[in-house]
Structure formats: C-alpha cells, structure tokens
Ligand binder design. Structure first.
Ligand SMILES: Cc1cc2nc3c(=O)[nH]c(=O)nc-3n(C[C@H](O)[C@H](O)[C@H](O)COP(=O)(O)O)c2cc1C
Length: 199
C-alpha cells in the first residue's frame, strides 16, 4: 500500500532513452510503497523540490560525466536538501560485472562525483550498465571498450536495478512504532503460610 507520507522524486537525464527507462523501472518499483513522481531532470524551482521527502537522481554518462540537465538539477537540489536523502545512479557503457569492469565503474563514479556539488552527501551512487552502441563512438572510446572487453548491446541488469530500488523503498519505510507494552499485571498475592496444627 502506498505510504502517502513519503513523496519521492525520480529524475533522470538521458540522451538515447536507456537511462529514462531505468528511471521508470525504479519509479515503478518504489510505487509499491511510496508516492512517486518521475520526470526528466532539469531546472526546477526550490518550492517544487521542497514538495518531496526524498530524491533519486540519475544520468547517462557521456565522456565520464553526467549530462548537464542532471547536474543542473543537483546544483539546485543541494541547497534545499537539508536532511532529506538523495540516491544517485549512473547509466554507463561499462557494465559493472566482473572484477575489472567493477573497478572501472568505481573509477568512473569517482570521476563523475568530481563534477557534482561537493556538499551533496548521497546515500549511495550506483553505476548500472547501459546500452552500448559502437556507431558514432570515437576511436578512444572504442579502445576503451575493447580494453574493458565490453561488447555492444543492452547491458542493463534489471534484477540489480529493481533490487536497488527495493533497498531505497526499505530505507524510506517508516520505522515501526515501538510495541506498546500492556500494563504489568499485579503480582499474585503470595500464598499465606499455613499453620499446621502440631497436635
Ligand atoms: C557520446 C557518448 C559518450 C559516452 N561516454 C561514455 C563514457 O565516458 N563512459 C561510459 O561508461 N559510457 C559512455 N557512453 C555510453 C553511455 O553511457 C550508455 O550508452 C548509456 O546507456 C547512454 O544512456 P542514454 O541511452 O540514456 O543516453 C557514451 C555514449 C555516448 C553516445
């Protein structure tokens, strides 16, 4: 059942559409227990952002950086965020499965973070594999893919994406109210000592 107390914004920047589909899947998963709005990232007034209790922001990775609309949204979000949680996700050509690619994805996330607001403290920044197309990729990019043994194709791991969304939903679930303990029953009266007639 949706928890109307918690409203989440899922926003993403996508050039070819694969990141937008990841955002839609995350939103669909969160909707099982939360109120969710999903939309393309971009400039938004503070009053609009203020309506949400939590944020999930993602972007396609181009040239080791987030796309401008997602960076712009984070710039606006950082000063109004306060204690509200934010999760970030990157959809990249590197599918972070296997030791080498996982390491490369971590380097890429660290590099991306350098271009995001410094004062932002995301709960997590997760990298997912995206859709790799070789047409139009410059020579250095092809070499990079070859070194990473990354093939063309759709590398989105939907199970991992859904599981990540479930973790976010769990983190946003209100803590269960402390169990109200029933008033303690009075101690039963101790048995009265019986006098035995010595006769
Ligand atoms: C122009 C261009 C530059 C890219 N640069 C990178 C990059 O630096 N690192 C990376 O891992 N993937 C890179 N990619 C791959 C994309 O991140 C991947 O295809 C992603 O799924 C694109 O998301 P979108 O369909 O939402 O635009 C690049 C793709 C394009 C088209």
């Amino acid at each position: 059942m949706a928890n109307p107390g918690r409203r989440v914004l899922v926003a993403s920047a996508s050039a070819g559409g694969s990141t937008a589909e990841v955002a839609e899947r995350i939103a669909a998963r969160l909707r099982a227990s939360l109120e969710v709005e999903v939309r393309p990232a971009g400039p938004a007034p503070a009053a609009d952002l203020d309506r949400f209790d939590a944020f999930v922001v993602g972007s396609a990775v181009h040239d080791m950086a987030w796309l401008p609309p997602a960076r712009e949204l984070l710039q606006l979000l950082a000063p109004v965020l306060g204690e509200r949680p934010v999760w970030l996700f990157s959809v990249a050509g590197i599918d972070p499965s296997g030791r080498v690619r996982r390491w490369l994805a971590r380097q890429e996330v660290a590099r991306i973070a350098q271009g995001l607001p410094r004062d932002l403290r995301p709960r997590e920044h997760r990298a997912f594999g995206g859709v790799v197309r070789m047409d139009g990729v410059p020579l250095w990019g092809r070499l990079f893919y070859r070194l990473a043994r990354q093939r063309a194709g759709d590398h989105r791991d939907w199970a991992a994406i859904e599981s990540w969304a479930d973790d976010i939903a769990a983190a946003l679930r209100p803590a269960p109210a402390p169990a109200t303990s029933a008033p303690a029953a009075p101690d039963p009266a101790p048995p009265r000592p019986t006098r035995r007639n010595p006769c």
